[in-house]
Design a binder for this molecule. Structure first.
Ligand SMILES: Nc1ncnc2c1ncn2[C@@H]1O[C@H](COP(=O)(O)OP(=O)(O)O)[C@@H](O)[C@H]1O
Ligand SMILES: [Mg+2]
Length: 487
């Protein structure tokens, strides 16, 4: 972990700018080489005119011109003077972050009191808040991190920040001072989990302690500055909440609960962010508590409701290209761990073959997700994955494997209004000739869009009883016939 001094200085990559008397915009130059911790230009400069300063630090690669608002200017000033004045050695020994924040808050408040600052009370609070965030946290991103209603934080370079809230993406009026400032915060985020981003490893994908996933990619790979994508662990959604928010109906839940209890193999299909993982998590509540579950993921995000869960995670190769462990290896290993169920967070490649073989050889009741646009597309993708895993298997044999292993495909989609809906629950019935036949049981029928952009439609039973009804019955699950009748 970086020292507090470094952390403090890490967010002041540009020379502190002071207002000049004529009120002209400040010029600050940065060479934009992104030295990782962003503290390359932190020298305390003697007062100089902007032109002199520019001449000193100018490099032909990049120049950044910033006109700061009076409040921003004050923040920059305060930050610098705070660093000069605070006893960093003492602060560094404060392990408790709340206490540290309080100390900084008091120092800032003191400071502001001793100045004749033209700030309103609200602006003052804002300055205090910002500086506390900068010293202890994630700078301009901190408030978003603290807001549990925000699911994604997307930073496209220092001036372009978007958040997703309740399924809607919007741009927010905050920004980093420059690339180096953003780099410093990225560094702080990824170093918490023992990773780094710099010229030699310009891309990083990591999981934060709270389960959020973070990806950073920096120049020159990202053309317009460092890009940071954080997919938060939104508030966990229980199955009844999914019913309440209209993602599916209670009847559909009853059917899916039966499928999980009766150990049918269920695949959840959908696009990125459509809610596959969320639905899988929610459905896991129906796995009997007596079972031993092994989960396999690329970046662990499943939060199963069971007690008896063994979580496995794949590993990317190290810097020398060694040590990679792929999902396929983990599926094979999981089979030797006496699992009652194996849950693959998302099938993406050759592990599809091992997973299907496991399903076909007694490890029933698997749950998994796949990136696909329809149940039919999901099967086609599995087929392609298996072909990659074993090119010598005849297509018909592959399809037979799929048809006998998979019982249910649940399609979920993110609608244009940001809501998620289970658009189809489809049964994989059998083979007809060379084709896998499928039978839809529930669907979402979309009827249009309201004036305010809401998607209008309804869930409906198609009107057939699934052929696996008998298997449900054997497992002691009898669903009323009315559940499946079309209205
Ligand atoms: N049914 C839902 N209703 C509302 N929000 C949802 C729903 N499902 C998922 N979300 C939110 O959407 C985001 C992406 O969900 P996730 O399950 O990770 O998608 P996927 O696995 O398909 O990529 C999360 O922030 C999650 O909280
Ligand atoms: Mg997912």
């Amino acid at each position: 972990m970086a020292s507090l001094r470094d952390r403090l200085l890490g967010v002041t990559p540009t020379p502190p700018a002071t207002s000049n008397s004529d009120g002209a915009p400040e010029l600050a130059a940065s060479n934009g080489t992104g030295n990782g911790n962003g503290n390359g230009a932190r020298g305390r400069m003697a007062p100089a005119t902007p032109q002199e300063r520019l001449a000193k630090t100018f490099t032909p690669r990049r120049i950044e011109i910033e006109a700061l608002s009076p409040v921003d200017q004050l923040k920059v000033d305060l930050h610098r003077r705070l660093v000069e004045r605070l006893d960093l050695e003492v602060l560094e020994r404060i392990a408790d972050s709340t206490q540290l924040a309080t100390q900084i808050r008091n120092a800032v408040a003191d400071f502001l009191r001793s100045e004749a600052t033209p700030l309103t009370q609200a602006e003052r609070e804002d300055v205090i808040e910002q500086i506390v965030y900068e010293v202890t946290g994630l700078g301009p991103l901190e408030p978003f991190f603290r807001d549990p209603t925000i699911s994604d934080i997307l930073v496209n370079g220092p001036k372009d920040i978007y958040i997703e809230r309740h399924g809607r993406l919007s741009r927010v009026p905050v920004s980093f001072r420059n690339d180096a400032h953003l780099m410093a915060i990225i560094d702080r985020i990824v170093s918490r989990v023992g990773r780094r981003v710099d010229e030699s490893s310009p891309m990083v994908d990591a999981r934060l302690p709270d389960g959020s996933r973070v990806n950073a990619i920096i120049p020159p790979l990202a053309i317009d500055g460092p890009v940071l994508s954080i997919r938060r662990f939104g508030a966990e959604l229980a199955i009844n909440q999914l019913v309440d928010n209209g993602s599916l109906t209670q009847e559909m839940v009853d059917l899916l609960a039966g499928c999980v209890q009766a150990r049918l193999n269920v695949m959840i299909s959908g696009g990125t962010g459509s809610g596959k993982t969320t639905l899988l998590n929610a459905l896991s509540v129906f796995i009997p508590a007596t079972e031993r579950v092994v989960t396999i993921e690329d970046a662990a995000e499943l939060r199963l409701q069971q007690e008896h869960v063994v979580r496995l995670e794949t590993r990317p190769p190290n810097a020398e290209g060694k040590g990679q462990v792929v999902a396929r290896d983990l599926v094979r290993n999981a089979l030797r761990m006496r699992p009652d169920r194996i849950i693959v967070g998302e099938v993406r490649g050759p592990e599809a073959l091992d997973m299907l073989q496991a399903m076909n050889t007694g490890h029933e009741g698997s749950l998994t997700t796949i990136h696909a646009n329809s149940p039919r597309d999901a099967l086609a993708r599995v087929e392609t994955m298996i072909q990659f895993a074993n090119t010598s298997l005849p297509l018909r044999a592959i399809r037979e494997q799929i048809a006998s292993a998979l019982e249910v495909v649940v399609q979920i989609a993110r609608m244009s209004d940001g809501t998620r809906r289970v658009t189809s629950i489809t049964e994989v019935t059998s083979m007809e000739g060379d084709i896998i036949s499928m039978q839809e049981i529930f669907r979402y029928r979309r009827r249009g869009i309201s004036a305010d952009g809401q998607v209008i439609g309804s869930f409906e039973a198609v009107g057939v009883r699934p052929t696996f009804t008998e298997r449900l019955h054997v497992a002691g699950i009898d669903l009323p016939a009315s559940l499946f009748s079309a209205v």
